[in-house]
Design a protein around this ligand. Structure first.
Ligand code: GLN
Length: 186
């Protein structure tokens, strides 16, 4: 099994470290040719969604990635990655892949609570550590989206078909249950 990780900006190295610990092969996706490698899953890391969206387009990677996701490639999207997947953003006119039928609010926790750490349940997993950094949350999800996690009444994890989108950064905690869950779905 080999996982592709978009590596144009943001926290891709931290996901790579998790995959190394789990003994899973990965490839960094930095340019259009990298998308020719056969991959079994895709990680969209956190960072800055506007920068990532722009770079993926400029590097001519955007459309191929969008097609792969639409065609069913399993995706784990964290933070900015969730913003890239969202069908709609409530406080930004842009949309990117638009493959996850949810409405996402960017920087949803405001300045005061820009970054925080908590524990909450994620699907059937109990007390999963969650690190939020200027995080988005899901304001609305279509009925056929599985809600996996909520914090303070807001949706911070959801799954739909081949896609898992989460608000926080599981790659920054030494608890690999979310990555394992993603790999098991492949
Ligand atoms: N605030 C960032 C954005 O809007 C997301 C933050 C993150 O990925 N940690 O893209």
């Amino acid at each position: 099994m080999r996982i592709g990780i978009t590596a144009v900006q943001g926290a891709f190295a931290e996901h790579e470290q998790v995959l190394e610990k789990l003994n899973v092969d990965y490839v960094e996706l930095r340019k259009a040719e990298d998308l020719n490698f056969p991959i079994d899953g895709l990680i969209l890391p956190g960072g800055e969604s506007t920068v990532q969206g722009k770079l993926l387009k400029e590097l001519d990677m955007f459309q191929t990635l969008q097609e792969k996701i639409r065609d069913g490639l399993p995706v784990l999207a964290t933070c900015a990655g969730l913003i890239l997947l969202a069908e709609k953003l409530s406080n930004d006119e842009h949309t990117y892949f638009g493959t996850l039928p949810v409405t996402v609010r960017r920087n949803a926790y405001g300045r005061q609570l820009g970054s925080f750490h908590t524990y909450s349940d994620f699907g059937s997993e109990k007390d999963v550590p969650m690190t939020f950094i200027r995080a988005p949350f899901i304001e609305n999800a279509r009925d056929d989206v599985d809600i996996l996690a909520c914090v303070d009444g807001h949706i911070v994890g959801a799954a739909y078909k081949n896609q898992i989108g989460i608000s926080f950064h599981p790659e920054l905690d030494s608890d690999f249950r979310i990555h394992r869950m993603f790999l098991e779905r492949i």
